[in-house]
Design a protein around this ligand. Sequence first.
Ligand SMILES: [Zn+2]
Length: 314
Amino acid sequence: MLGIGIDIGGTNTKLVVVNRAGKLLANERFHTEASKGPAFFLKRLAAAVSGFRKDYGRQLVSIGLGAAGDVDPERGVIRFSPNLAWRSVSLAGPLEKLTGLPCAMENDANMAAWGAYELDLKRKTEDILTLTLGTGIGSGMILGGKLYHGASGSAGEAGHLKIQPDGRPCHCGGAGCLEAYCGSYSIIARARELIKNEKAFIKKFGVPGKEKLNTICLTNAAAAGHAGARRVWAETGHYLGMGIAGLILVLNPGCVVLTGGVSRARKWFLPAMQKVLNAQQIKTPFKKVKIRISDNADLGSYGAALFGLERGLK
Ligand SMILES: [Zn+2]
């Protein structure tokens, strides 16, 4: 039995076909082109699914969809997605009709959390917190071996925990959010304050052909001993520690999984993050918790496929 996993991001939509063990059999990606509207997107999605069906036929039994934004998992509706600029868009129902396969839909970070639970932890730890560290910060929780939704399906908005009163402005319109310190856009903004000559910095540490300041550039600079870059990462780790410490105190997870592009700079932000966790007064939950970095860049789509299978088989 095989499942299709779909991760709908602001720029790209990724699809995978995996088996129950998470083994990849096929994949595809296309530009989301959200501005062309949900109907156009659904058609494109259905075409990709029927392509898979030609190859795998009745072996395909379910679809899991993860979307960036506020998702109503019960109705399969994107209530609001700033990245896609969509409001009240029903996806799971129409896709079920178009493909004949049962569809489960969740927020993308929830799907990444399910992927971490099944693939990274092999279901051995039942209480886990996953943070997706990218432009923004998402989070998902598996509690007692179940995906936790909260009362309205909105659980896991950890990116907007206030960690600094009257702090930096956040994409949500608020200020002082975790994301306003540890989202890649804010890491870059902080780096700009500390780097004297940005052009020369990019030339020295940037990815050839990509003439812009990004977190890869900052990681390279930290590795080369650049004091400003190391300071940016240490600050990022400090603030991330503040956010995660609060979540650990509330949830007492066995494992915290970090994933997403920013997590690749682990070497440079983890020490400062760990320092904050070690300095907490209530020691027990911090002694127990393991911090893990998942290197699966497609955890969201794998997780979606496995979650769809889990749901489809019930
Ligand atoms: Zn915010």
